[in-house]
Design a protein around this ligand. Structure first.
Ligand code: FES
Length: 56
């Protein structure tokens, strides 16, 4: 599913980024642009990031 509609980033892409070492929203914004425009995706993106981290 799309998490960030502004940049067309999916939950899968966020999980992949997390696997590749992205561990904060700031990094995610830098890598994928998530949360940098309207910001509505920030909550969900942070949640997915946290889930993928604890799944390590
Ligand atoms: Fe992610 Fe707008 S939906 S910045």
């Amino acid at each position: 599913m799309y998490v960030c509609l502004c940049t067309g980033v999916t939950d899968r892409e966020i999980r992949e980024a997390a696997e590749n070492g992205v561990s904060s929203m700031r990094q995610l914004g830098k890598e994928l642009g998530v949360g940098r425009q309207c910001g509505r995706c920030a909550c969900t993106a942070r949640e997915i990031l946290r889930e993928s981290r604890s799944a390590d």
